[in-house]
Structure formats: structure tokens, C-alpha cells
Design a protein around this ligand. Structure first.
Ligand code: 5AD
Ligand code: SF4
Length: 442
């Protein structure tokens, strides 16, 4: 096909895996419309940002990018803002960054082809801002997956939980699940195309409801994991309130279902959990952890924590630290509370000063580092199968990932070069706070 300078696009993605996967679908849609993806803004006629608004810092990134590249407008380049900031800020983006000509939230991606036609016709303010009421998931005929071995499938979009701090119900709309039939059909197509790992995605995968009523979430997990050719199935993110014991049973009985659960706790204090409207207590959360600890397979557990939620006292924070000790997570993602537009927590008093949030975050992360140092010891001398993800040429090491989602870098015997995407056995010989190191065995 001849090079058409007017139909090239550059797309940068911020935020979560949902956004990464949305971008793969957006790229597929644009390619179907005759566009070509290019790796730099200089080569692009259309510059797109798929944005995140989960915390203020994430939101500011896109406005910095837009300011940095504003001058390119003089060369006739067009700018579009997609995703969560688009949905949240809507037409205000045109005021803040007048060189933007398209604003499109994730619930409107199915309208992208028409929106592109309008942009090409010279329309300077094209919007797609469907609200929460959309009933359908965004599916495309062609998804431009970026990794040839590991791919995402969205099983549920949106969120109906309305945690007090969270912008997601406003940016991604109400919960809507895809039929288990269409999820399984996609898994079978992916297996046929050579994918061996599938990650099922949703803001809250545990509230999955098959529109045809054929499968529960745990049954869907098992069914995807049993698709011939699929070696690993992961899922994210779980909500403790909806996390059922049947998921643990599924992990116990289906070896291809990965032995890792990401179960965000947010706080170890029931008082704070209540103010966050998380719909569970510390004790109920710990009960779910107990289910996993009692499982016949060792399950790796990771979490998210927010420090400095309005009204969080030193005592509440200490309860979070003690929860970390009690659970002994494999990894913790910690965040300072960031007030977000529209969210109920904006109305709460007793804000925690930023320096105090920063202090608590540092304490939290240091505590977790200690826990991981001890906890990772158990891997020493253990043999695990890793998927080969890449090579660190400078160190002559291979980059691998275990079923428990741990990075396990390794040395291969002389003359052996494992293929990317292949699975090889590795024995762990050294541990680091955030990764393991080992030797491949043959
Ligand atoms: N401030 C700080 N962290 C937040 N998260 C979600 N909303 C906020 C907020 N307003 C964190 C939660 C969630 C993770 C994806 O981001 O811990 O689990
Ligand atoms: Fe960010 Fe949430 Fe949107 Fe993902 S869904 S991009 S985390 S705001």
C-alpha cells in the first residue's frame, strides 16, 4: 500500500491493563480504517493519548504531553484524547488544550470510525462521551495484540461498586459482562494463533455475570484454562467482597490456572474500610486470605493499599501495617490518597497532609520490603517453570516469569538459547526484593 501521510497515527497509553488492552482494540480499529501505526509523533498525522485518571499525577501526564507537542499543530497534525481523562473532563479538554480535536471515552470506542471520518473532514471538535448507561462491551473484529504469546481478554467492563475514592465508575460506566461463549471463542482463536497465556480483565472480575447465565466466574476461569494449547490463565482485578471460595477451588484443581491472586485490601482498618465504602471488614478480608492459605497449591497473594485516606489516624495506619505482617503478601502496590473529581470522598473532612501521606507510604513500602526479603527465601533451591519474556543482553541473562507472576531472571547453559514465549524449568539460586535469579535446568 502506498504511504499516505494523512493516515498515520501514534498512540501512547497510560494507566492500567484495561487501558493497554483498549489501546490494542483501538489500534485494530484504526488499522481496519486504513490507518498505519507509527512509532514516533514526527511520523504521525494523528497523535492519540489513551489516558488514566485514577490519581491526579496520572491525569496531569496527558496535559504535560499535550503541552510538549502543541507546536506540532502547525504541521497539520491532529490530537486526540481517549480513555478515562477524556470521559472525566469531556469538552473541558478543548478549553485546556485547544489543539485537541477529538475527545473519546472508552464507552464510545465503537464510534471511532465515524469520529475519524469527521476529523478527516476537518471537524475540529469531535466528541464521543457516552455515559454510564452503555450496555455493550467494546469488541472489535481485529485486535492488534502487542505480545505474540500472552494476550488479554476483557470479560467485564465498568464498575458498580462506587468506592468512596474511586473515579472508575464515572469514567468506565456501569458493569457489563461479555457472554462466556464469546470469551471462550476468543480464547480458542487465541490458542489457535499461538498464544499460550491469557489474562482475563475487568475492574472487578468477581462480579462477572454471564448474560446467558451459562457460567459463573470460577467456571469461566476453569473453562478458559482448559482450552487446549493454553498453558497459563491469569485474572485481575478481584474485589474482596465478591471473591468466592469457588475461585480457590478452581485454582486448586486446574493447574493451568495461575497460582496468583491480586486482592486489593486498601486498608487494614475496618473503620477506614467503612469510610471507603469497601463493603467488607478487616476480618472478612482475612477470611478470604485464609481460604487461599489453606489451598492445596501455594497461592501467591498481592494487594493495593491507599495511605492517607481522609480521617486515617496513626492507629488506622498501624492496623494496615499489622495486616501486611499477618498476610505476608508477595507484593504490595502502595498509593497516597489522591482526591478525584465526582467521588464521594471529596466531601470528607480531616484530610491527611501530603508530607504525612508520603511518610506513611515510605513506612509501608519499607515494611513490605522486609516481608518480601523473608518471604522470598522459600524460593531458594525451588524449581519453577518460567515463560521466557526477553533477554538482558548486557548481563547475558534471560528474563522469565513464574506462574505466581514473579520475575525470575536466569542464566541458560552455554549454547542454549530458549525461545521467547517458551516455558523452561529454572532453579532459583538468589533472591532480590523484587525479583528472583536462577539457573535454567535441562
Ligand atoms: N487515590 C489513590 N489511589 C487510588 N486508587 C484508586 N483510586 C485512588 C485514589 N483516588 C488505587 C487503589 C486501586 C488502584 C488501582 O489504585 O489502590 O486498587
Ligand atoms: Fe486509570 Fe482506572 Fe481508567 Fe484504568 S480504569 S486507566 S486505572 S482510571
Amino acid at each position: 500500500m502506498a504511504f499516505d501521510p494523512h493516515k498515520t497515527f501514534y498512540l501512547e497509553t497510560f494507566g492500567c491493563q484495561m487501558n493497554v488492552h483498549d489501546s490494542e482494540k483501538v489500534i485494530g480499529t484504526l488499522i481496519s480504517e486504513g490507518y498505519r501505526q507509527v512509532p514516533t509523533v514526527d511520523e504521525a498525522s494523528l497523535i492519540l493519548y489513551n489516558t488514566c485518571s485514577i490519581r491526579d499525577k496520572a491525569e496531569q501526564k496527558v496535559f504535560h504531553r499535550l503541552a510538549d507537542y502543541k507546536k506540532l499543530q502547525a504541521q497539520g497534525k491532529k490530537f486526540g484524547v481517549l480513555g478515562c481523562v477524556a470521559q472525566q473532563e469531556g469538552e473541558r479538554i478543548f478549553e485546556r488544550a485547544p489543539h485537541v480535536s477529538m475527545v473519546c471515552g472508552s464507552a464510545s470506542y465503537r464510534n471511532l470510525p465515524e469520529m475519524l471520518v469527521q476529523i478527516e473532514a476537518g471537524n475540529r471538535r469531535v466528541t464521543g462521551l457516552d455515559d454510564r448507561q452503555t450496555d455493550a462491551c467494546f469488541e472489535t473484529e481485529f485486535t492488534a495484540r502487542t505480545n505474540p504469546h500472552r494476550g488479554y481478554i476483557t470479560i467485564i467492563e465498568g464498575c458498580d461498586k462506587f468506592c468512596a475514592y474511586c473515579v472508575v465508575p464515572f469514567t468506565r460506566g456501569k458493569e457489563r459482562s461479555r457472554s462466556s461463549e464469546s470469551v471462550l471463542a476468543e480464547a480458542v482463536r487465541m490458542a489457535a494463533a499461538g498464544y499460550t497465556e491469557i489474562q482475563l480483565l475487568g475492574q472487578n472480575v468477581n462480579s462477572y455475570k454471564d448474560p446467558q447465565g451459562k457460567k459463573t466466574f470460577a467456571e469461566l476461569l476453569a473453562a478458559v484454562a482448559e482450552v487446549p494449547g493454553i498453558k497459563r490463565v491469569r485474572f485481575t482485578t478481584s474485589h474482596p467482597r465478591d471473591f468466592g471460595r469457588d475461585i480457590v477451588y478452581a485454582i486448586e484443581s486446574v493447574p493451568t490456572l495461575c497460582d496468583h491472586v491480586h486482592l486489593p485490601v486498601q486498608s487494614g482498618s475496618t473503620r477506614v474500610l467503612d469510610a471507603m465504602q469497601r463493603l467488607y471488614t478487616r476480618e472478612q478480608y482475612l477470611e478470604r486470605i485464609q481460604w487461599m492459605k489453606e489451598a492445596r497449591r501455594e497461592i501467591s497473594i498481592t494487594t493495593d493499599v491507599i495511605v492517607g485516606f481522609p480521617g486515617e489516624t496513626e492507629g488506622d495506619f498501624q492496623e494496615t501495617l499489622s495486616l501486611l505482617e499477618e498476610v505476608e503478601y508477595d507484593s504490595v502496590f502502595g498509593f497516597k490518597y489522591s482526591p478525584r473529581p465526582n467521588t464521594p470522598s471529596l466531601r470528607l473532612r480531616d484530610a491527611v497532609p501530603d508530607e504525612e501521606k508520603a511518610r506513611r507510604l515510605a513506612v509501608l513500602l519499607e515494611k513490605q520490603r522486609e516481608i518480601q526479603r523473608c518471604r522470598n527465601q522459600r524460593h531458594l533451591g525451588q524449581r519453577a517453570e518460567v515463560m521466557v519474556e526477553g533477554k538482558n543482553e548486557a548481563r547475558g541473562q534471560w528474563i522469565g516469569r513464574t506462574s505466581q507472576n514473579k520475575v525470575l531472571n536466569f542464566k541458560a547453559p552455554d549454547g542454549v538459547a530458549p525461545g521467547l514465549g517458551s516455558y523452561v524449568p529454572v532453579v532459583t539460586t538468589a533472591i532480590f526484593p523484587n525479583s528472583l535469579f536462577g539457573e535454567m535446568v535441562i
